[in-house]
Design a protein around this ligand. Sequence first.
Ligand code: FNR
Length: 362
Amino acid sequence: MEKYISLQDFEDAATNVLAKPAMEYFRNGATEQQTLAENRLAFRRLRILPKCLMGITGADLRTTILGHEVSMPVGIAPSAMQKTAHHDGEVAIAKAAQAEGTIYTLSTASTCSIEEVASAAPDAIKWFQVYVFRDREVTRKLVMRAEKAGFKALLLTVDTPVFGIIRSDIRNSYAFAEHLKLANFVEYFSKSDNADDDMKDYVGKLFEKTLTWEDVKWLKSITKLPVIAKGILRAEDAVKAAEMGCSGILVSNHGARQLDGLPATIEVLPEVVDALKNYNVEVYMDGGVTTGNDVYKALALGAKMVLVGRPALWGLAVGGQAGVQRTLNILRTELESTVQIAGTPTVADITRDMVRHESSFR
Ligand code: FNR
């Protein structure tokens, strides 16, 4: 894996490994894909102002997330159907996260089950991404299984009343490979009454469109696990989530896959962080992180951790667990370099004044 020296190298290599429809399913964003581009470009508009002669003796990227120590403030965002990228699927990414001492988030719509992931990566800090289904009992059972399997937090996705429009998926008539199963739902399909190929339709129909803040309360009421709201972009929504008892907010636009024309997540991050300054809530972000420099900027603007979605999928497609580990290690190496040259060797040193918007130099 040493020949890959940037996350872009992995994305380029994934293009050669994955069939075009799968590559486009992973890579593309909603409608005109303006937000997809902005998620990355907005990082480039921020500049780091290093402090010099700081007597740097090394980098220390360790931090704690909801009380758990991680080796660096970079975790894995949930993404559906990971066996589409590599036959080891979710298990490979979870094992990579375990080996690298960071957080893995399993999607509800996974191709390895909650229990498979838990037994393959028992020591990983695992989070479970929750969609609330029309039949609350289905969601409740998934949550109970995640609790029993040792998952440490629930990531409630709040930005998906309906799925966004991804034009390439329509053009490609994209469908997941027949042999891939939504592994968490297998128990609902006894061979006698439901054919496997109905499973994805079945789960699609389960989706609750009419979620409200009451559902956040409901989720809190059925679990002891901390709940993190994923997909918040407005400061007032962040405050609502905090008041409902959420322990974390993930500032996210779903990797630009839901609605186009949204701000880049890094652009709204400071507003959300400021709105929550009197609450005991951790703020994370995802969307467009592809370098250690990006991670640094997000930390400077107040994120406690960033999550990466597509980069983990490229690593997985190219090299399974080893590819994901290499991906995480590239981010680690780049972030270690940045913190030292910027004169802020620990995560706590990275304050907002370390980063300025390009417009402030004109
Ligand atoms: C996602 N994402 C996502 N989010 C979620 O809450 N549940 C899910 O099942 C999925 N599935 C999914 C599939 C694919 C192919 C992608 C690319 C993304 C969104 C994901 O958690 C995250 O918010 C973004 O991927 C972050 O942006 P980057 O890192 O991909 O730019």
